[in-house]
Ligand binder design. Structure first.
Ligand code: GDP
Ligand code: MG
Length: 252
């Protein structure tokens, strides 16, 4: 049996968005049917549910540091290029249900693009990362998204546009680049976040939001499939032997 989820990975409420101007949901709680299903009586068997999340963006924008800050609470100043694709698994408990994010860290170099793209398939969330101190990296965000979307179903994938290195950006540049980032995120229907892996600013809040929204989407999709959107008492998720919540891992 898997070890218990760490206390600091327990989510009991829907975390707030970064900016209501560019949020996937501005509601302040989980969908009522998701909350209702998660209140079902517990059983002993743990059954992990997973969401695949891919992290894309130009080389050196801070993808690896963003993931390391969250998963290891560490920041490495030296640059080590990611070769091909890396992978981290982060475990949560959302509304009492075990849930994991599979975080796929891809290389931004052109020569690794074709290796990385084979890992894009079956993502529940795409995180497009740009550097808040580099206008060029934001200009490339759309291309990264298009590449990642070729392998995925646009109707079911959640998109996040994340500006990193907030600590490096001057207030003027930050205001200017954020305006453009929010405009882009509205256009591509992504949620916008500005973070710093160096200081840790907003990193935890961001990943908690990703975990919560992918969890909610998974539960709603299961309810839809089993035709119980209007009868939340029928479905059992995540914990029971009769669980109808399938493991969504798309590990290659
Ligand atoms: P990747 O190629 O997108 O994975 O980029 P990395 O995560 O390896 O980071 C590239 C460089 O940017 C490294 O030298 C990091 O130390 C630096 N870096 C990453 N995130 C931040 C940040 O939030 N603030 C600052 N100041 N530097 C950062
Ligand atoms: Mg990297």
């Amino acid at each position: 049996m898997a070890p218990p989820v760490k206390k600091d990975r327990i989510i009991t409420e829907l975390p707030k968005c970064f900016s209501p101007h560019a949020a996937l949901h501005t509601k302040d709680g989980f969908h009522p049917q998701v909350s209702a299903v998660c209140r079902e009586p517990k059983t002993d068997t743990l059954n992990f549910n997973v969401a695949k999340v891919i992290v894309v963006g130009d080389v050196a924008v801070g993808k690896t540091c963003l993931i390391s800050r969250f998963c290891k609470d560490a920041f490495d100043r030296s640059y080590k290029a990611t070769i091909g694709v890396d992978f981290e698994m982060e475990r949560f408990e959302v509304l009492g249900v075990p849930f994991s994010l599979q975080l796929w860290d891809t290389a931004g170099q052109e020569r690794f693009k074709c290796i990385a793209s084979t890992y894009y398939r079956g993502a529940q969330a795409i995180i497009v990362v740009f550097d808040l101190s580099s206008v060029n990296s934001l200009a490339h965000a759309r291309e990264w998204l298009e590449d990642a979307m070729k392998e995925n179903d646009p109707s079911s994938v959640l998109l996040f546009l994340v500006g990193t290195k907030k600590d490096l950006s001057s207030p003027d540049l930050l205001a200017c680049i954020e305006q453009e980032a929010i405009r882009l995120s509205e256009e591509i229907r992504a949620e916008y976040w500005a973070v710093s892996a160096k200081s840790g600013d907003s990193v935890r809040d961001f990943f908690f939001r990703v975990a919560s929204l992918t969890f909610e989407a998974n539960v709603l999709s299961e309810l839809e499939k089993s035709g119980t959107r209007h009868g939340a008492d029928v479905i059992k998720i995540g914990r029971g032997k009769e669980s109808s919540f399938k493991n969504k891992s798309n590990c290659c």
